[in-house]
Structures are given as structure tokens and as C-alpha cells.
Design a protein around this ligand. Sequence first.
Ligand SMILES: C[S@@+](CC[C@H](N)C(=O)[O-])C[C@H]1O[C@@H](n2cnc3c(N)ncnc32)[C@H](O)[C@@H]1O
Length: 289
Amino acid sequence: MTGADFTFIAALLKERSGLIITPDKGYLLETRLGPLVRERGLPSLAALMDVLRQPGSDSVRAQVVDAMTTNETSFFRDSHPFDTLRKSVIPGLIERRAGARALRIWSAACSTGQEPYSLSMILKDHFPALNGWKIEIIATDISPSVLDRAREGVYSTFEVQRGMPIQMLVRHFEQVGETWRIKDELRRNIIFRRANLLDDLAALGTFDIVLCRNVLIYFDQPTKTRILGAIAGRTASDGALLLGGAESVFGLSDAFAGLPGLKGVYGPTGKTQTKPAKPAWPLPLPAAS
Ligand SMILES: C[S@@+](CC[C@H](N)C(=O)[O-])C[C@H]1O[C@@H](n2cnc3c(N)ncnc32)[C@H](O)[C@@H]1O
């Protein structure tokens, strides 16, 4: 791939999805866009770049963004955040929402659905007190193809064996041939819809719990700051944000602060002013005069 093609595709991905591709990750373009090149009957990746440069290439641009997303996920990923939800965050919210009897939860980059289904299983197994409450889990992602899989709720044996206790598999899934299908009763509270974290998210409403896990790692610092500010605007003042194991708000945004005693859980501070992001690498020194 030429330098000009790389600069073009890197800028397109950053603008459309926030994804930062550095030259050392250039091989990802070959592996992830190869199927699209073949599907469109194009001779090479360079030819795909030419198609993308043409006016009216919006649908192929969307396909490129979809193909470049990393969708790695698993049920109860990292287990610890789900324990914290079960032991502290949800019980606290049940007390505070006893009057309204309603809870709204957002899985903000839900990939193929394991994260929102894990939440749904926890609510069903551990919180019978929520029977009769209005529970909504909104699960969003930029990628239409993962959302299709999430809605289907069908997983391979390998996928259900990663991170999920066998008792939960037996209780919440039906075996369909070689695959496992999540039961309808768990699907009922989940609304899957496409949403780009770079867009205006106000239409989603306000949430008591937000999971935005393992997606900020793909963005640069200004984009992380901007998204954390937008999520703060969608989080109830006594609500909670959970980030991935390698993610944090520190040095990025003062719209959230760590909740005491709860690792990886953040509460909105009410500050709308977000900290200016630090440059991702040291700025070059001015030339000596
Ligand atoms: C690595 S998965 C994380 C899935 C899940 N949250 C977890 O922790 O297991 C990252 C997801 O973020 C989605 N994503 C990437 N950029 C996005 C954006 N700008 N807006 C919304 N979702 C995005 C990808 O499509 C992908 O499904």
C-alpha cells in the first residue's frame, strides 16, 4: 500500500469511527479488508482505495468501517466488573430506585451481545426483587454485522465455554444442533441498535449504569475525552460507568471520578468541562533560531 493510500484510509477510519491505525498496524488493513476486496471483485486493496475516493461511496465506506472493527468479547469478560455490579452497584441502585421501580442500562459497544446478555443473566439470577420493575438494557455498536449476530443470540460451544459457568449455560440457553441459543426471556429486555460513539447520543436518554468497555483503547486521547464527556451527559447523577481493564478516566476527563472502593467504576462529577487532552506524544521542540 502506498503512503498516500495509508494516509487516506487512516483519516477515513478516524473520522468515521475514531479508530486510530498506526503504520505498524497496517497489516490489519490487508487481513480485514481482503474479504471485501474479493467480495467486490476488485483486483487489489489499492483498487478498493480508489473506489473509496469516489463520490457516492458511502455504503462501501460503511462496510470498510464495519470490517475494521475489533469485536473480541466474551460472556462475563474479566469477571471482576460483573461481580462489582452484582455485589455493589446494582443493590445500591435498587435501594435508590425503589420509588421509580425502573432501571436503564447501556452496553455502549456491545459487539456480538455477550456483554448485555451477561448483564441480563445477572439480573435474572440474582435480583428477583426486580420482578415487576421496568428494566431496559440498550445495547449499541457501530457495526451492523455484530449487531445482527447479537440479535440472533446464537453462539458456538467455544463461545459459551469462554467465561460462563456451565449452570448458567444450562439455565439460560437452548441447544440448537451444534450451537447454543439464548432464551427469549433474557432477550426481552434488551434493545439492540446501531450507534456511533462519535455521534450525538442524546436520543438514547439517561442511564443508571453504562458499560463502555474495551473500545476507548482504539481511540486517541482527544476522542476518548470527547466520548467520556458525552457519556457523562447520558449518565444519571448517581449512576455508574464501567470501563475495560486497560481503560481509565484519569488524565482524560474530569466528567467522571472513581467511586471509592470500586475498582474500574466511575461516577459522574457534574463537571461539564472536560480536561484538555494531553498530546499523544511529545510535541516537537521549536527550531532553534
Ligand atoms: C473489543 S469490542 C468490546 C466488546 C465488549 N464491550 C467487551 O468488552 O467485551 C469493541 C466494540 O466496539 C465497537 N466500536 C468501535 N468503534 C465504535 C464507535 N465509534 N462507536 C460504537 N462502537 C464502536 C466495535 O464494533 C466492537 O464491537
